[in-house]
Design a protein around this ligand. Structure first.
Ligand code: ADP
Ligand code: MG
Length: 257
């Protein structure tokens, strides 16, 4: 059931968002058009989608099909032109920017293809910064950051800055940052595009370990090798969902490495 939400919600109400075990994100009839008038570019044409806890889903489709647009809308980083977007039980499509930011910080961890790390900060502080933004005291945030970075195999790179890390290590910092707040939903956009095959698989395994009865992952990719990690593959073409197959509907052969 989709409920209305007050845009004046307090951080306390956001902190109590029921995040599972159910639908983590939902779009209903979502459209997106960039620009207006003669420059209007319709990109999404009525997307109905539900992402559920327990799922490791891939969103696949050709370049320009609207994947980044859709995942940005799901994360509350971009507004749809029309339609409804719900994140962990909260309607964000027409909520205030402040409210959307609170919901996103609470519910979503986002991993970008280009890492989006703060160049001047160490690995520890890159991860800690996000938790500080959520209100955690810095010393505690650094403790959690060290633990998560160690979990992703960067225990010996805690004090390195992004320029001192390889691409795979930078992406691990970005994954650690996304996982550190234990968000219900982790979203990633082409996160393995700049990584070699082995490092890509290692990063995917870290994300796979995040999935639980209360948590889910959606990764945008056109790398078919990642399909073996997926419980669900959503295919998008020209801004429309053209396929949506769950585990049991997919051929076992497709799941083999
Ligand atoms: P994908 O991630 O599948 O490659 P995108 O969502 O990035 O696709 O882009 C879908 C379409 O929207 C493309 O044709 C792209 O050129 C267009 N587009 C993306 N961002 C903008 C923007 N800010 N302004 C205008 N057009 C855009
Ligand atoms: Mg893209």
């Amino acid at each position: 059931m989709i409920t209305n939400v007050t845009t004046e919600s307090t951080s306390a109400s956001v902190a109590t968002i029921p995040c599972g075990p159910c639908v983590l994100a939902r779009t209903v009839a979502v459209t997106k058009t960039y620009g207006t008038g003669a420059l209007a570019t319709p990109v999404l044409h009525g997307i109905d989608l539900e992402l559920r806890a327990g799922e490791f889903a891939l969103l696949m489709g050709p370049s320009g099909s609207g994947k980044t647009t859709l995942i940005s809308i799901l994360a509350g980083l971009l507004r749809p032109t029309n339609g409804l977007v719900e994140l962990c039980g909260e309607v964000i499509s027409d909520a205030s920017e402040t409210f959307v930011t609170r919901v996103r910080r609470r519910a979503v961890g986002f991993v970008f293809q280009s890492y989006n790390l703060f160049p001047a900060l160490t690995a520890v502080d890159n991860v800690a910064e996000v938790m500080c933004l959520k209100g955690m005291p810095r010393s505690q945030a650094r403790d959690v950051s060290r633990q998560v970075l160690t979990r992703v195999g960067l225990g010996d790179r805690l004090m390195h800055r992004p320029s001192e890390l390889s691409g795979g290590q930078k992406q691990r910092v970005a994954v650690a940052r996304a996982l550190a707040g234990e968000p219900a939903l982790v979203l990633g956009d082409e996160i393995t595009a700049a990584l070699d095959g082995r490092t890509a698989m290692e990063v995917m395994e870290l994300l796979h370990a995040h999935v639980s009865a209360e948590r889910g992952v959606l990764i945008v990719t056109h790398d078919r090798r990642l399909e073996r990690f997926a419980d669900r593959v959503i295919e998008i073409e020209d801004g429309r969902v053209v396929g949506d197959l769950r585990d049991m509907q997919r051929s076992p052969a497709r799941r083999e490495p």
